[in-house]
Design a protein around this ligand. Structure first.
Ligand code: UD1
Length: 429
């Protein structure tokens, strides 16, 4: 296992280039199962979740080769309907192979991904969508078994108690591209990654409209074909570096940002007294001596993203006053609170709300990463803290941030990656 050792307190300066979006790449890779023709996906980040999806595609009958930032995905025979538990359990995103497999083969057996540290994370909405398209769904031995001789277009409402589902919308939308007739998804997720996926599918020959809005209409077609496609920049990585730059009061230009996809974050920063200069695909922030405290509630897009909540909280630990964070998408996503507290942050949970009393400085400490976005929040705290921070279990970080240590070092941060000889306890009795 590896850890990051950070000697904090150095203001960051320079430029950082944002990689391709992990969350857009994963469903795009699953979409290649909808055709036997070769597909080339460009701007795919080098992160471990992409390796997991590549391995899964290879077990399903695809060949995946990397050429710099591109993945070349070809067929190596007949598709197989079985997505094994060992691969699905390490990454929930792999559940979105179910829609394409069902549409192509009339059958799919995909392991139920289970919960994870950020919440229960059910897949009932995915299954409801497939049932609406005429599939029979059974759960056996921890596997979802979906069957249908030919999917049939339908009108459905796909949002649940927690709002729309991003991967649920992606999964059902992919299946509906090859169904007979027209499918209408009401309550569809509006996240940019859904818009990107529909654009990709349309380039492959699908007929999708309304994507990016809560009503998506898919007119089924007989077959899809190969494609060459460039994945968008990662809005969450961009938001992370923008928040980090604000937090360190450095002079950083974040390049390759689609800032219109981050308006809720820019808005929260403005309220905190941070000026964001958005020019073309670049963002530079200018921070005051201390931020104003600002309460944030996460919502589905275009609301403040749950995937930037931990990073925002790290920044608010240094605000001049008390702020709060409520996560309506994953209400229990607060694993980072206790670790931030180890660094001197004054944070506590009051019911569904995290309350953050700003302090003048954070102090370095050994801390433990619990999930992808919580890990990066700890790294951010380490970069501004006085003294040395060790962030352990950084395999979480490597799931979704391409070369984060190299990017931080290029900005002047004192960061090094080391083997962690002390293996932290997984269990607390
Ligand atoms: C995706 C993102 C993740 C992000 C999340 C919300 C990927 C690979 N992951 O996850 O980074 O944090 O969107 O923006 O793109 N829900 C149900 N039933 C379902 C599905 C979801 O109740 O069938 C609930 C979830 O528990 C959660 C909410 O709906 O409370 C939103 O989850 P969802 O949008 O599905 O998240 P993912 O697509 O898994």
């Amino acid at each position: 296992m590896e850890k990051l050792v950070i000697n904090g307190g150095v203001p960051l300066k320079g430029e950082v280039f944002i990689s391709g979006s992990k969350n857009a790449s994963l469903p795009a890779m699953a979409a290649t199962l909808l055709t036997d023709e070769p597909c080339v996906l460009k701007n795919v980040p080098v992160v471990s979740d992409i390796n997991t999806m590549s391995n899964l595609l290879m077990t399903l009958g695809k060949d995946v080769k990397r050429d710099k930032d591109a993945l070349i995905i070809t067929s190596k025979g007949r598709l197989k309907p079985l997505a094994d538990y060992r691969l699905v359990s390490t990454m929930r995103g792999s559940v979105c192979v179910l829609g394409p497999l069902l549409a192509r083969l009339g059958e799919a057996r995909v392991a139920l991904p289970g919960g994870c540290v950020i919440g229960v994370r059910p897949v009932d909405l995915h299954l409801k969508g497939f049932e609406s398209l005429g599939a029979r769904i059974d759960i056996e031995g921890g596997y979802i078994i979906a069957k249908s001789s030919r999917l049939k277009g339908a009108r459905m409402y796909l949002a649940g108690a927690m709002g729309p589902s991003v991967l649920g919308t992606a999964n059902v939308m992919m299946a509906a591209t090859l169904a007979t007739g027209e499918t209408t998804i009401e309550g569809a997720a509006c996240e940019p990654e859904i818009k990107d996926l529909a654009d990709l599918l349309n380039l492959m020959g699908a007929k999708i409209s309304g994507h990016g809005s809560p009503t998506v209409v898919i007119e089924g077609v007989k077959r899809l074909h190969g494609v060459e496609y460039k994945v968008s920049a990662d809005r969450i990585e961009a938001g992370t570096f923008i928040l980090l730059s604000a937090m360190t009061r450095g002079n950083v230009i974040v390049r390759g940002v689609e800032h219109h996809r981050l308006l809720s974050v820019v808005d929260a920063l403005n309220e905190a007294g941070v000026a964001c200069e958005c020019r073309g695909a670049s963002v530079r922030v200018k921070s005051p001596a201390r931020f104003k405290p600002v309460n944030v509630t996460t919502h589905p897009y275009p609301g403040f993203p749950t995937d930037l909540q931990a990073q925002y909280m790290a920044m608010m630990t240094l605000a001049d006053g008390v702020s709060s964070v409520r996560d309506t998408v994953f209400p229990d996503r607060f694993m980072h609170l206790a670790e931030l507290a180890r660094m001197g942050a004054k944070v506590r949970r009051e019911g569904g709300v995290a309350v953050i009393e700003g302090v003048k400085e954070l102090k370095g400490a050994p801390v433990m990463a619990s999930d992808l976005r919580a890990s990066v929040a700890l790294v951010m705290a380490g970069v501004v803290a006085k003294g040395q921070t060790e962030v352990r279990r950084i395999y979480h970080l490597d799931r979704g941030y391409e070369g984060i240590d190299r990017k931080l070092i290029d900005l002047g941060a004192k960061v090094r990656r080391e083997q962690d000889k002390v293996v932290p306890n997984e269990e607390i009795g």
